[in-house]
Design a protein around this ligand. Sequence first.
Ligand code: SAM
Ligand code: SF4
Length: 504
Amino acid sequence: MMTNRISTVEWAGSIIKQNEIDKYLLNGKDFINDEEIFNKINKNKNPNAGKIRDILQKSLSIKTLSADDTSSLLNVTSPEMWEEIFQTALEVKKKVYDNRIVFFAPLYCSNFCINNCAYCGFREANSREIRRILTMDEIRLETSSVLKEGHKRLILVFGEHQKSDVDYMAEAVRTVYSVGESALKSGQPSSIRRVNINAAPMATEKLRILKDTGIGTYQVFQETYHHQTYNQVHPVNSIKGNYRWRLYALHRAMDAGIDDVAIGALFGLYDWRFEVMGLLSHTLDLERQFGIGPHTISFPRLTPASGSELSSGSKWNVSDSDFKKLVAVLRLSVPTAGMIVTAREKAEIKKYVLNLGCTQTDASTRIGIGAYSDQKTDNDIDKTQFTIGDPRNLDEVIQEVVKMGFIPSFCTAGYRCGRTGNTIMGMLSHCDEGKFCKLNAVLTFREYLNDYGSQQTREIGDPLILEEMDEIRSMDYFKNKPHLLQKFHDDYAEILAGKRDIYL
Ligand code: SAM
Ligand code: SF4
């Protein structure tokens, strides 16, 4: 027992490499200047309508906004102007991403953790939490269960612990990719085609190990960008207590060759306006140091967690009305980033913010360890990290999304064809990516309908696909690319005939 404890402490002591923080600093400082953020928010109070409309135009030309622009948006008070902001947010999303909504599911692999984040059910001091780490056999079972819903993308989630170190993560990724299932309705082969990771910050050499397993996106949320609050909710003697180690986690990922990186803040720990400015600053620093911004931005709101008073009683909890504002401002501030709304949110909020420019969401979500194959696990708050607001299954959420005029997509072609990092960012900012991916959205939604779609989903999904195909044929972008259009029609015919996993 004692030896184990010492080795865990030694392990923890070996994680942080100071030189892998210092190399990214500018004159010894990190890129979050708290005072400057407050100054920007104060300086840009009472923006007039003309100024706001100019900013909306800048966003519509698919340019990352400046700190002055974003803080002006955050200071809007008129309800009518907020309506304009909301409408423009969706317009920007349509320009960049067309009408696609990408689906994924989270897979929680382990709730062992050596940190003590005040808001999280997994924290070490929470003796109520029942600890479990999945074996590779269990990961296979979980993957099979998720595949039965129709998913093609997973994000693996881990607490920070020696038991779930990078070798465990790498094996988990390879295990997920190795699982094959037969689709429920058609019997066609089905497998997970993109595995993303949400895990604690790592050193560059460890990130290279993850890169080699073929992960898609590496996601780390800063939780709060406000230095003082960060120190209050993350004990200083824990690994996570090192603000800068976390702040530069995605810079190191870029250096390790993982160029699809995902940022996020946990809204409810501090002032939401400050966090939006923090996410923008993070984007600007990635752009400054690597020439590209984040692949996605997440904005989880604090939800009740086992044994955490803060998680249900924070004075900074964000109201639904402010949540809508922050989603719209983020959409406008970083037009090229994907935006993820998760099942932490209730169905009606999710629906609302999908109309403000979100691009991805999860469904059929289970966050207990082993909860996809053993559904009892999920009802117990002491076996999960927090509580979820939208327990609907994938087919139900797909029906809603189709009725809203979006096309569900299971496309994973981007990173498999090398459209990552700079390449994809270039395509996004020229608004080419949205059109191109529309083709893959149609192909993968066709697969879903044939393989997993319920009768009701097919009734609304089949006509949607025909409409999308008509639209594709009428678009100038494709008229100039007859070979691409032909290949798309050939692929579609092959999918109808039973072939799977073909993409452009
Ligand atoms: N242990 C890794 C880390 O901290 O980076 C993995 C992350 S944790 C399992 C995933 C994310 O869940 C955290 O980064 C945090 O933003 C979010 N989270 C933690 N507690 C939460 C709560 N009570 N409500 C909503 N989200 C929470
Ligand atoms: Fe551990 Fe992550 Fe939860 Fe913090 S947020 S206690 S690091 S699992």
